[in-house]
Design a protein around this ligand. Structure first.
Ligand SMILES: C[S@@+](CC[C@H](N)C(=O)[O-])C[C@H]1O[C@@H](n2cnc3c(N)ncnc32)[C@H](O)[C@@H]1O
Length: 274
């Protein structure tokens, strides 16, 4: 478990303010906190199969967009920074199960805002929200409706992120996706997988971690002390939650295969570390 701190990038608090205006235009804060309690109870109860109906009401969608998405953004920002995954900036970032676009947006901003983003999600609401997120944060990106089983080409020099999504996939779909990502990593794509720390959410974790480590990547558990923006803290308290620290675990393949082939003697500092 690695403790770390870090300030959010510029643009984050403006995005949270814009989210507040967008999602509280038609809903009262009380409705959102009620939905947030239901959503977080469902997340706590899940057993490695994702949460059915997580986005099936306006209240839950608003709760996800207003609360979980910024937390996923902050966590991804901190994980990317701790891994040094922002340099050199990837040319593009494929966001697998992009939701409202938070994870790839955090990586792109950590990398200086230059990477373009290709988001994929099966939920039309999520796709529309992700496109709004990219615009709000001044990023080049386009989300589209699609399934994780059919990804765009993952080319050397690009990156792919799957944040809080593998645990929602049926096992055969997840293992095929893992294989696809490992193959892309071996050809020079940076791959980052982020999941909650609770073991029951991802009982497959250790096996996936061995696969990644065997391919020259690393597996980590993180604990970040954070000070949430006042609005998120208000939601946190209203929903009976407590996020004075963010925890997550990650699998990361630095995608250095191409460089290793170009410089066969080069030392890869990430190889075999944990
Ligand atoms: C918990 S959300 C995480 C969203 C985002 N990655 C984040 O970090 O905030 C999981 C997302 O995965 C999407 N998803 C689940 N199964 C999918 C599939 N088979 N193909 C595409 N998207 C999928 C859901 O629609 C949802 O938006």
């Amino acid at each position: 478990m690695t403790p770390a701190h870090g300030a959010p990038p510029s643009g984050f608090s403006e995005w949270v303010t814009a989210l507040e205006a967008r999602h509280l235009a038609d809903l009262r804060l009380q409705e959102v906190t009620r939905a947030l309690r239901a959503l977080s109870a469902a997340y706590v109860d899940r057993r490695g199969t994702g949460v059915r109906g997580a986005l099936d009401s306006p209240g839950k969608r608003a709760a996800f967009a207003l609360y979980y998405a910024p937390l996923h953004f902050l966590t991804t920002h901190l994980v990317v920074g701790a891994l040094g995954a922002e340099t050199p900036p990837p040319r593009t970032i494929v966001d697998i199960g992009c939701g409202t676009g938070a994870a790839a947006a955090a990586w792109a901003l950590a990398a200086g805002g230059t990477p373009s983003i290709a988001g994929i999600d099966r939920h039309p609401w999520a796709v529309a929200e992700a496109n709004w997120t990219y615009r709000q944060l001044g990023l080049r990106g386009r989300a589209r409706l699609g399934d994780v089983a059919r990804l765009p080409p993952l080319v050397p020099g690009s990156a792919a992120i799957a944040a809080y999504v593998l645990n929602e996939l049926p096992e055969p779909v997840r293992t095929r996706l893992e294989a696809r990502l490992m193959d892309a990593a071996a050809r020079g794509t940076r791959v980052l997988i982020i999941e909650p720390i609770a073991r029951r959410v991802a009982p497959w974790w250790d096996e996936a971690a061995s696969l990644v480590e065997g391919g020259g990547g690393r597996a980590d558990e993180w604990r970040f002390a954070v000070e949430l923006p006042p609005f998120l803290e208000r939601l946190d308290r209203a929903a009976g939650l407590d996020h004075h620290e963010l925890t997550a675990r990650s699998l990361y393949c630095p995608g250095r295969a191409v460089n290793r082939l170009e410089h066969p003697g080069a030392h890869d500092p990430h190889r075999g570390t944990r």
